[in-house]
Design a protein around this ligand. Structure first.
Ligand SMILES: NC(=O)c1ccc[n+]([C@@H]2O[C@H](COP(=O)([O-])OP(=O)(O)OC[C@H]3O[C@@H](n4cnc5c(N)ncnc54)[C@H](O)[C@@H]3O)[C@@H](O)[C@H]2O)c1
Length: 271
């Protein structure tokens, strides 16, 4: 295993809610690899308290910020640069929430006020995070922004509801900013399309457990764990991935390339 891949780098990790969160694992691995980080989450998530435990483990501070608020984001960058002692090298966007999915509203009966919130929290927040950094000149040349996505951006997963459209928008925003920030100062912007993962956000989608097992069976490598995702994020923040930008990268054990697997055929043959 390579060591100190992020030595000398500074970053912001959003979205660590509890120990199951993908962002939690990324924070721990980034620090293990030599990075200095700040943590952030929505002010409401602070009440749960778990993030303070992570902050102690990572020897850092938590800066509350609603990712839809430009004011909060500006403070997040200025406070992070103050605390870490300079400009940033990486930012993880690990934020998703759909009021429609949460309240059981199907794709065929969306509440459009909720839809705006889904887009704002789950996709436009990436635009806001990057635009705020761009205007503040808060990121060093060759810096790396990463956002977590899901294959429902390309294929239909009916229970994923309006989050599918939010993920399509998220991936498009990553391409847009990948161009503009890349031209300005070689800053890279990518999305990682992760396997189903047992977290608060993941488990909120209808039929999650059955689908998790299905994806695990279909993927030749099985579902990618959150620890494996964190390793991939570390690589994407590191200088080893310098020429990768504007991509949506599947991290799914091969799921996205599969049609059918014999194990699934067998299950249906037994009926
Ligand atoms: N779990 C999965 O199956 C899976 C699969 C692919 C992609 N993803 C994506 O991974 C990312 C992280 O989700 P997770 O699965 O670790 O679940 P999680 O519930 O642990 O993380 C989601 C985070 O979003 C934060 N958040 C919500 N609204 C916010 C706001 N307004 N401002 C700031 N933060 C806000 C929550 O507090 C939480 O920490 C999400 O983008 C999710 O869509 C998850």
């Amino acid at each position: 295993m390579l060591q100190n891949l992020l030595e000398g780098k500074r970053g912001i990790i959003t979205g660590a809610l509890d120990e199951n969160s993908i962002a939690w694992k990324v924070a721990v691995k980034a620090v293990e690899q030599g990075a200095k980080i700040t943590l952030t989450n929505a002010p409401v998530a602070m009440r749960m308290g778990a993030i303070q435990k992570l902050a102690e483990q990572c020897n850092t501070i938590v800066i509350p910020a609603d990712a839809t608020s430009l004011e909060d984001l500006e403070k997040l960058y200025t406070d992070s640069m103050d605390h870490l002692g300079g400009k940033l090298d990486f930012v993880l966007h690990s934020i998703g929430m759909s009021p429609n999915v949460r309240k059981g509203k199907p794709y065929t009966d969306l509440n459009y006020d909720f839809l705006q919130k889904t887009y704002d929290i789950s996709a436009v927040s990436l635009h806001k995070m990057i635009q705020t950094a761009y205007k503040l000149d808060a990121v060093n040349d060759w810096g790396s922004f990463l956002a977590l996505s899901y294959i429902a951006a390309q294929r239909i997963f009916p229970d994923y509801g309006d989050m599918a459209d939010a993920k399509s928008l998220l991936e498009s925003i990553a391409r847009g900013w990948g161009y503009h920030y890349g031209k300005k100062s070689k800053v890279r912007v990518n999305t990682i399309s992760q396997s189903p993962t047992k977290t608060t956000a993941g488990s909120g989608v209808g039929g999650f457990d059955a689908f998790f097992d299905y994806a695990d069976m279909l993927s030749p490598l099985g579902n990618a764990s959150s620890e494996a995702c964190a390793n991939f994020c570390v690589f994407m923040f590191s200088d080893l991935s310098r020429m990768i930008t504007m991509q949506n990268l599947y991290h799914d054990g091969g799921f996205s390339q599969m049609g059918i697997a014999p194990e699934i055929v067998t299950q249906f043959s037994e009926k």
